[in-house]
Ligand binder design. Structure first.
Ligand SMILES: [Zn+2]
Length: 354
């Protein structure tokens, strides 16, 4: 890749290729029901001091709901947990300005970055949280959720997952992709500017979601099947469809998605860079980004917490990625996707489309 250093920040960039990047991590979990404070440099892989240390501007923090029974009681509990977690995520941005800033739009992320404040982007991991109720999707969008991972492990009301859960009675597939309800969920997500996250979804669900969605889809935390055979990883056909429709794959740091049968202590930032290289060669640099899955299983040698983000950037720079490419991979691409989702939502509100 051709180096493209802006002379304005050239010297700084040569010394530290991470300096001056608007970096966004699209997938980080929060401890639940309670855990160490996000405001102090503690045991979490991602807290506000470590974001500053690592030069990472904004993070999608997820309200993660494990798949369980798909009955009224299960759905009620899942909605309650999603709601409570979204409030906890919003509390990382207290009104007195002492923490992060709740960033609901691409413009707000850029403004928070310009103000030197960590951007807090709420998201939901597992559409189980809305059960069979689109009004919950509206409620959670109002709370700021900017993407919903359609499924986690285990099928839900929206569609089939890549990994069925036998203990919940799952067959290999239930719908052969998206359910009818799942189609209406994607329509409503488009109307609300909520991005469609296809990580964890079955390939059939993912392919149908790409066809259905009017905004490009996102894989918030996934790796390359060609480099590591794992059901959670995306194969070349999936990559080609995502790229052809303007979507984005965010490479994750989960060691057994990066290298088969490897011990997490043997996997390094070079393995992450291998997956990024492959994704870039296959899809182009406009379709690749980073979603660590920190505090949810992510972390490799040399990148065990978000404060070490510059180590990955240094590895990419060593491999020849220039300033412009690093800016796209670290945040520019996801900002483009957010803006596109916002445009699709705005267009669906215009009288012409009513
Ligand atoms: Zn996940």
């Amino acid at each position: 890749m051709v180096s493209d250093i802006n002379p304005r920040d050239g010297l700084q960039a040569i010394e530290n290729p991470h300096a001056g990047l608007l970096a966004i991590d699209t997938h980080v979990d929060i401890p639940w029901p309670e855990g160490p404070s996000p405001f102090e440099d503690g045991p979490r892989c991602v807290d506000l001091p470590k974001l500053r240390q690592g030069g990472v501007a904004a993070v999608c923090f997820v309200a993660y709901v494990p798949q369980s029974h798909r009955d009224a009681a299960g759905h009620l509990a899942a909605a309650g947990r999603t709601r409570a977690m979204l409030h906890t995520i919003a509390a990382m941005a207290p009104p007195d300005g002492s923490g992060g800033i709740l960033t609901r739009t691409a413009d707000e992320i850029e403004a928070a970055y310009a103000a030197g404040k960590p951007g807090i982007i709420p998201a939901i991991e597992n559409g189980y949280g809305i059960g069979r109720d689109l009004s919950l999707l509206d409620e959670f969008a109002d709370l700021g959720a900017r993407y919903i991972t359609l499924t986690h492990n285990g099928h839900n009301e929206i569609g089939d997952a890549a990994i069925p859960l036998r203990n919940l009675g799952d067959d290999d597939m239930q719908y052969g992709g998206l359910s009818d309800f799942g189609q209406s969920v994607i329509d409503r997500m488009n109307e609300r500017g909520v991005m469609v996250d296809i990580s964890h979804a079955a390939k059939s669900t993912m392919m149908q979601a790409v066809q259905r969605s009017r905004a490009p889809v996102l894989a918030s935390h996934s790796c390359m099947r060609a480099l590591c055979e794992h059901k959670r990883n995306l194969d070349d056909e999936q990559l080609e469809l995502i790229a052809a429709t303007g979507g984005l794959v965010q490479i994750t740091m989960v060691s057994n998605f990066l290298r088969a049968k490897a011990r997490s202590t043997d996997v390094t930032v070079a393995d992450i860079a291998d997956h990024i290289d492959y994704a870039v060669q296959r899809m182009g640099v406009d379709h690749v980004g980073i979603g660590t899955d920190f505090d949810g299983g992510g972390g490799v040698k040399g990148f065990t917490h978000i404060g070490q983000a510059p180590n990955l950037t240094a590895e990419l720079a060593r491999r020849g990625y220039g300033r412009e490419e690093l800016a796209k991979i670290w945040g520019g691409n996801v900002l483009r996707l957010l803006r596109r989702a916002e445009e699709v939502a705005a267009a669906s509100r215009t009288p012409a489309n009513a």
